[in-house]
Design a protein around this ligand. Structure first.
Ligand SMILES: [Zn+2]
Ligand SMILES: [Zn+2]
Length: 376
């Protein structure tokens, strides 16, 4: 019963935060981009599965009562299934933003020495702020080698088979005795005839010319969680280029490019909106509509509002990646001064000037007000 708890190394009464923390630590250790050990991938999937259940209060309650049986099956449970690697990577990405920073992308990690592995393919997906606010499923199209259907990827003409390489006898290696000043030794190198594969194709497939793959247009559907930013990326394992002659496929790396939205300035999960108001509007107070990523919203600007005042609309910013909370929309009030006055306006301002009184000698500085508004 305590299997999932044990996997994450947490107590049964662990808080949500404890579970998250424990998972994150383990995930950073076993993430296949960081840990090349052969069993890291399996471990990563296991802990992600445990995490995905325990972080969800409903699933966790069901698991606590009935174990894994409570998580799925015909009874209309939560549809428990074992996560595959791309799901696990996406869950980690969703809740922790992936291994953030592009530096970690191509550095170290997963072994790249397999000559038959297909290349990783990088695609960039452009997103609007509305996409970031809501999350979105995107179809990405790209050109990459795909397995040849004529020869099922073998590279051999249909009806024929690759034959054992005569040079190396199928071992893929050639050994040579060599002499050096230290005596005789054996050098081992990949077989030059079969490039280490151990087999050679005599009758090549006429479609792929023995490559086992052909250039193709691929379309992959990508689930982009809410709250992403430009430095996040998604790794779709095995969705990149097919490897030659049924070698393992490379990965599809989906880079995100979020277009600027001229209405807002983004600061992490918060959005800043500059609101210009006239002097009479701030003096008298006014009800205005401001844009948010979720539609327009009414905002009451109090009478006597000072320039550069900040009005914070809580939870109207962008979603925090992997969480249900949202940032704020910060409305920055600017006071607009008319540059040209009609005779009628001038007359009214003259009249006003007689009655408006003196401004105070010291007005609270902008920065101290800003700090106040930000609660610093
Ligand atoms: Zn050979
Ligand atoms: Zn072929």
């Amino acid at each position: 019963m305590s299997e999932f708890y044990a996997l994450l190394g947490v107590a049964r009464d662990a808080s949500e935060a404890d579970i998250k923390k424990a998972y994150r630590k383990l995930a950073m250790e076993f993430h296949p981009d960081r840990n090349p050990a052969p069993d890291a991938e399996a471990k990563f999937k296991e802990i992600t599965e445990a995490y995905e259940v325990l972080r969800d209060p409903q699933k966790r309650a069901a698991y606590d009562r009935y174990g894994k049986a409570g998580l799925g099956g015909a009874g209309g449970g939560f549809g428990f299934h074992h996560v595959d690697l791309s799901e696990a990577l996406n869950i980690f990405m969703r809740d922790f933003g992936g291994l953030s920073g592009l530096d970690s992308l191509f550095g170290g990690g997963r072994p790249r020495h397999d000559a038959r592995r297909g290349q990783d393919v990088r695609v960039t997906v452009k997103l609007s702020l509305a996409d970031v606010a809501a999350g979105i499923k995107k179809s990405v199209r790209f050109k990459a080698p795909d397995r040849c259907t004529n020869c099922q990827g073998s590279g051999a003409k249909p009806g024929t088979r690759p034959v054992t390489c005569a040079t190396c006898g199928g071992s893929g290696e050639v050994r040579r005795a060599a002499r050096s000043m230290f005596g005789q030794f054996v050098s081992v190198s990949p077989c030059p005839t079969c490039a280490g594969e151990g087999t050679v194709i005599q009758d090549v497939c006429e479609v792929c010319r023995g490559e086992g793959r052909v250039r193709a247009d691929k379309t992959v559907s990508v689930d982009i969680p809410p709250g992403v930013s430009t430095n996040n990326y998604l790794t779709l394992r095995g969705q990149g280029a097919a490897g030659p002659r049924n070698g393992p496929a490379g990965d599809l790396l989906v880079m995100l490019d979020i277009r600027d939205d001229e209405r807002f300035e983004r600061q992490g999960d918060d959005l800043i909106f500059d609101l210009p108001l006239s002097f009479s509007q701030v003096a008298l107070g006014v009800q205005v509509r401001v844009p948010t990523p979720y539609g327009e919203e009414e905002v009451r600007i109090a009478a006597g509002t000072q320039p550069e005042t900040i009005v914070r609309l809580r939870g109207r910013g962008l979603p925090v990646l992997g969480q249900s909370s949202k940032g704020d929309l910060i409305v920055r009030v600017h006071v607009w001064t008319p540059e040209r006055l009609s005779p009628e306006q001038e007359r009214l301002f003259q009249e006003l000037a007689k009655h408006e009184g003196e401004p105070p000698k010291r007005s609270p500085g902008f920065w101290s007000k800003l700090k106040e508004a930000l609660g610093a």
